[in-house]
Design a binder for this molecule. Structure first.
Ligand code: FAD
Ligand code: NAP
Ligand code: SF4
Length: 678
């Protein structure tokens, strides 16, 4: 019998699946990362998964792979149906097995979510997230699709996978069969609930018959659709029981269709926000249940298991952020975990832009064969000015290679602008990145000089081989009459200095920071991101699941703490430049708080009356107590030229390099890559 883990006894209890035992309760959830379709992608994908297997993940699930062309995410997306494709997948399974890991292939048929003219669905109903109207499958087409699922599972076994996950949630084809919202059929595959669930049950049953008992079948079951006309709770229970009877080994939790208007994984979603859904199914089936969504730290995962919400934890993005998450947890090195902050900026947003995924806090993710950190051939001495994300990433990476690093920071703490970001309700997670870097500074032996605004003279006399300028940005100074009026504040005075702000506020500038300042100002009391009940009430989720899909509850939003007007000069909707997968959340959240959004503004004057401006050519005065300037930034580079003039080699990274469109993704990636190159 294995020993009980002192800190995380539940997480590190092995899980028996009959023919195989999982070494712990951590499952790496399915994520499409953009390597699946790349010509040499499967070797790279193999290296990516192998790193997570070496990091001791109990069971890995691949990104979705289609069983046939109609099921493609988009034309020529990943598919597994023939011998040639089987051979390619061997790169992945061999790499994972050589590290002692286990891996399942996710079989994903997108149905009406396919971004392709070949799309099929139970009924010819277009989805709101694809321009292609699907063709309704014929009865023969349905039988053929079931055979394709089964064939895909057989091929997965031939390719060396330890099992498959049958994707039955998030609004994909199987889910489209199950609910009346998308299934209007009148034959044996539509109408009654019994008919609508025939499709997934046949898939699981026939797959089990074909692959035998020594193969894992995970079924991802949509337990909370979050769409109108979704499944009721009683229907979810019926389906789960029949999926178990059909031969599944594990049931995984699916939350929310892609078209749902409730955020389910973004950073403002509380940690473990949906484990109560999985808990309701406990006791209804005997096979293990996996829960998921916004679990990113071992204490949270352990608590979910201890509370009896599930038998296993699925995390996806946290393994992009840190391939060694499980190993570090097992070894009690929790402070060393590079935590996923759920920003979506380098993973999901990339997928939606057709780019390869990576991770904001770990730019090595999905580039395991291309970006590697090797010991330096010659130890050098570098000064780093500024301990924001760019300076921290450079310092810790360069020091880990053996360089001698001195990091100067003007303020009394490291983290730079992340200290302001984490003040915003829904961005509390950003503190974890600061904690991670603080620990790395200690482990890599960086000399940190806080409250030390370094001067040109010190740098010249320090005997450094080069100076890395990571000094960040300064807010753009606007040329506007009345800009020095006492009611004008910068976002720094609001978020860092906590200057008092009146009840009526105008914000100039509606980029990421303008939106964040608005969010900060309209909230009062505890952030809904820290309280699951308030969050569900705010987004209208019916926690009793009495309504089909679990969304018909009345939304209950706390009244806004202030009346805020958000302004931009350009045309079009505000927040157009925000993240692909999160912009709608920010806009919806501010609308719930009655924030007025004005585009095509020209600002003329700020005085005792308030902000004078024209909106689409019409003059008006916003009678506000404060005007907050969030109008972008300029690089802070005053040290650069004097150092260069003195013959010192200078490298600029992060905001000090280019302020326009700066974000932490670029700052960390630039710092890391420079440190690898020197
Ligand atoms: P900074 O973080 O600005 O750090 C520069 C550091 O240099 C500072 O600590 C400063 O004190 C120090 N310094 C300057 N001069 C000297 C000197 N002479 N001597 C010593 N030290 C000096 N980005 C995202 O990607 N996603 C988000 O969701 C996000 N949200 C944000 C929300 C808010 C409210 C704010 C303000 C920013 C947000 N950002 C976000 C932006 C992100 O924080 C920045 O892009 C990132 O911090 C830039 O990193 P940096 O290291 O270049 O500069
Ligand atoms: P930003 O995104 O560049 O937005 C600046 C805003 O100020 C824009 O709305 C711009 O729009 C306006 N503006 C620019 N020049 C102006 C001028 N001279 N007078 C009046 N208005 C002017 O910058 P930011 O909001 O300061 O954010 C800085 C960076 O932090 C961003 O690049 C962003 O990536 C990052 N960030 C990201 C997030 C996130 O959620 N991902 C959140 C916060 C910050 P108009 O020109 O139309 O007025
Ligand atoms: Fe998590 Fe952001 Fe990294 Fe995606 S990019 S894995 S959400 S930290």
């Amino acid at each position: 019998m294995s020993e009980t883990h002192p800190q995380f006894p539940q997480l590190f209890t092995p899980l028996e699946l009959g023919h195989i035992t999982l070494k712990n309760r951590l499952l790496m959830g399915s994520m499409h990362v953009g390597l699946e379709e790349d010509w040499f992608g499967l070797q790279k994908l193999g290296a990516y998964f192998a790193a997570r297997a070496a990091g001791e993940v109990g069971l890995i699930v691949t990104g979705g792979v289609a069983p046939n062309r109609a099921g493609w995410v988009k034309p020529f997306a990943a598919k597994l149906s023939n011998g040639w494709e089987v051979r390619k997948h061997r790169y992945v399974t061999d790499a994972v097995h050589s590290e002692g890991g286990l891996i399942c292939l996710q079989i994903l048929h997108t149905g009406r979510y396919s971004y392709s003219p070949l799309a099929v669905a139970p009924s010819a109903i277009k989805s709101p997230i694809s321009p292609f109207k699907p063709k309704a499958l014929t009865a023969g087409g349905i039988q053929k699709t079931i055979r394709d699922f089964v064939n895909c599972a057989i091929k997965a076994k031939e390719a060396g996978y330890d099992g498959v996950e049958i994707m039955g949630s998030e609004g994909y084809l199987i889910n489209q069969f199950i609910v009346q919202h998308t299934n209007k059929r009148t034959d044996a595959w539509g109408g009654s609930y019994e008919n609508r669930i025939r499709f997934p049950i046949e898939i699981v049953k026939q797959t089990r018959e074909a692959v035998g008992s020594d193969f894992i079948i995970i079924y991802r079951l949509s337990m909370l659709d979050l769409i109108p006309q979704g499944s009721t709770w009683d229907e979810v229970v019926v389906l789960a029981k029949q999926i178990e009877a059909a031969g599944a080994s594990i049931i995984n939790t699916g939350i929310g269709w892609h078209e749902a208007r409730v955020p389910t994984i973004a950073t403002m979603v509380p940690r473990a926000a949906f484990s109560w859904v999985t808990r309701r199914l406990k006791g209804e089936v005997e096979i293990p249940l996996v829960t998921s969504n916004r679990i990113n730290m071992p204490e949270v995962a352990e608590k979910v298991l201890r509370d009896g919400d599930a038998d296993m934890i699925s995390m996806a993005r946290p393994f992009l952020a840190d391939p060694n998450w499980v190993k570090k947890s097992r070894e009690g090195r929790v402070e060393e975990i590079n935590t996923c902050i759920a920003c979506n900026q380098a993973c999901l947003d990339h997928v939606f832009q057709g780019k390869r995924s990576s991770c904001l806090v770990n730019p090595l993710a999905c580039h395991e064969t291309e970006i590697t950190i090797e010991p330096a051939t010659k130890r050098k001495k570098y000064a780093v000015v500024g301990a924001g994300p760019a300076g921290l990433a450079f310092s810790t990476t360069a020091a880990s290679r053996g360089h001698d690093i001195t990091l100067f920071e003007a303020s009394d703490r490291v983290g730079g602008q992340f200290h302001m970001a984490m003040q915003v309700p829904g961005k509390e997670e950003f503190v974890e990145t600061i904690r991670y870097f603080e620990k790395q500074l200690e482990l890599t032996g960086v000399t940190v000089k806080l409250s030390h605004k370094v001067t040109e003279e010190e740098l010249k006399q320090g005997g450094f081989d080069a100076v890395i300028l990571a000094t960040g940005v300064t807010p753009r100074q606007l040329k506007l009459d009345g800009i020095s009026h006492p009611k004008v504040l910068s976002y720094i005075e609001v978020l860092r200095d906590h200057k008092p702000v009146g009840e009526k506020v105008a914000i100039i500038g509606a980029g990421g920071i303008g939106f964040d300042v608005a969010e900060y100002l309209v909230h009062q009391g505890e952030s809904p991101s820290l309280n699951i009940e308030s969050y569900m009430a705010e987004w209208g989720v019916d926690m009793k699941h009495e309504s089909p899909g679990g969304v018909n509850a009345e939304e209950h939003s706390e009244p806004p703490a202030r009346k805020v007007t958000l302004c931009q000069r350009s045309q079009g909707k505000l927040g157009a430049g925000l993240g692909k997968t999160t912009g709608w959340v920010h806009r919806t959240s501010l609308r719930k708080k009655n924030v007025t959004m004005l585009s095509e503004c020209q600002y003329t004057l700020i005085d005792d009356q308030g902000l004078h401006l024209t909106v689409k050519g019409r003059s008006q005065v916003l009678a506000v107590d404060n005007v907050i300037i969030c109008a972008g930034q300029m690089p802070r580079t005053e040290l650069s030229q004097p150092l260069k003039d003195a013959g010192i080699s200078v490298h600029k990274i992060g905001g000090a390099d280019v302020a326009a469109e700066l974000d932490a993704k670029r700052a960390i990636a630039q710092g890391t890559k420079l440190a690898i190159s020197l």
